[in-house]
Every structure is written in structure tokens, then in C-alpha cells.
Write a protein that binds this ligand. Sequence first.
Ligand SMILES: [Ca+2]
Length: 337
Amino acid sequence: MAQLLGSPLQVRWLRTFVDFFTFEQRLKEARLTPEALRKAVRAHIGLSRQRAEAAERLLDAGHPAEAFRMALSALEEAIQATQSIEEGIASPGNPSRAPAPKENSLEPWQKALIAKGINQAKVQAIGILLEDLAEHPPPSFDRDITPQELERLHRVLHARALIDSAIYPVTIAPDGWIRRKKRRLLWFVTLLFGTALLAWWLTHEPEGVFVSASSKFGAGKEWGPEWAVDGNPKTEWLLPDHRSGWIELRIHPPRRIERVLITNACNEPHFDRATRDYLLEVWSNQKIAKRIEGWMPFSTDRKPIEHEIKVDAVERLRFIVRSWHRLGGGVAEIHFE
Ligand SMILES: [Ca+2]
């Protein structure tokens, strides 16, 4: 595998990627964790969360000193949970005071946190915070809580949350990881399927002939470009007064076209609009395969003009009105075979 991928870094990256979906490493660790230890850590973490929530409620209720005490207790419970991973099972609810870190060495709970992926500097910062709290306990009365003390209180809550996030996975049993694995794989497959569906929807062009135009006469539904492909020679696409423009038929999937028949407009009963000079472009494989320049007289007999095309894979027909009779241009029907 290493030779195929080229470098140990790539192998590690691949393992991390696979593990993200399979939780194989977590599952392996969970299978090696005694159930009694899992229960003890779960109890410590449960109590720690309960006290942290109580601390925040007390703070909201205007009792920062009591909140501080509760937050400290929540942090100690989290450290006790971490310690139990390194040293074995400890009973929750009655933890001993968390030990302060020794000079130039790490306590077991600190080593456990580092093993769980917490940055060493952050772990040492928690140790320094504990030392500081041991030397300078928080005030007992709410009135003595200064902004600096409040800042320390928030650091305690933040440290607790950090420890919680690192060791909470220890509380999950193997079947919990198997459920997570199934959920994540299902999520991944759904995401892949959704992405593929979105890509298809964005790139897929439905089958048929789709018509558009540079502009149309009037603001209503009448005289729109769709009226030039409705099969009725009496309905017409008309351009605004004295203006050149184009109408385009997009054909999907592209097909061979033998001939195009164009029926000029006349705007019955006013008989004041018709195309005079025009250019017909035939597009195939994203380039113009044929250009036909033409001229149509003003007429009310609705007799189509026929052009031979004989081009394969036509994807677009563009009819460009260059000049017009009387008030403006237009076309009654564009038909191709
Ligand atoms: Ca028509």
C-alpha cells in the first residue's frame, strides 16, 4: 500500500480518511476498554456536565461565587474521569482534589489527555490554572467576584469542556461505535448520491426543442418565440418596432436535419410586420456548420420558404432578422425535418 501511494504521509492520510467513516480505531479501543471503566468514566463525565450546567445557571442567576465553586467541582470531576482512564476505576461523586502538575513532569491525567489528542500546551495550561486556583482560591462571596475572577471562571468552564470532548468517546461501548459507523456511512452514501444527482441535474439537458429570442413585441404572452414553433402558421413571433433580433431553436439531443421551412409573419389583421433580410445559422458540434442568407417578400399567403440543410448533429438553429417590412420583423413558423 505504501509503495502504491508513495509516502507514509499519504498512507496515514488514507487511514485517517477511512477511519473517519469506519471508526475502526475507536471500535478497537472500545473493545479493549473494560465495561467497569467505561461506566466509571461515564458517571464522572455525567456529573461533570451536570455541575457545569448548574454553574452556568448560577452565573445567570447572579451568584458568581457559587457558580465558581460548582465549575471547579465540574472540572475536578472531569479530571477524575481522565485519571481513572490512566489509573483504573475511581468512584464518582466524591473525587479527591485534583493533583497539581509536578515540575517538569506530567500527571497521569495530563498524559491521558495528550494520548487522547489534546495539545500538550493546552494540557499544561490546565495544570497551571489548577495550581493558580490552589494558591488563590476564588472568593466566597458574590460581591468579591471581580472581572478577573469571572475570566478565571470562564477558563475553568472552557478547560472542563475541552477534557469532556477528549475523553467522552471512552464512554461509548462497541455497539455505540457500530451504530455511529452505520449512520456515518449512510450519511456519506446519501451525500454522494445527492452530489451525483445535483451534478446530473445541473448538466443534464432535457430532450426536446427549446426556443428563445432576443426580444418580443409587447409585454403579454402573445407574440413570444414559442409561437414560432407551435405548428400553427397563423400564430407569430414578432419583434419590437424597427429592431433587428434573433430567434433560436436548441435541439436536444442533436440530430441530422435535411431541410428547414420558414413561414414569414404578416401580423394579421394589421398586416404591418414581416421579416425582409435574414441569416439562418446551423450549429453543429458547437460551431456554425452552415450559414444561409435570404430575403422574404411581404406576403399573407403563409407559404413557407424551404432551405436544404443536410447537416448531422445539429444542436441549434438561429434565425437572425436583419431588416423588416413596415413596422418590424417576425416569423410565423420555423419547421425542420
Ligand atoms: Ca406559429
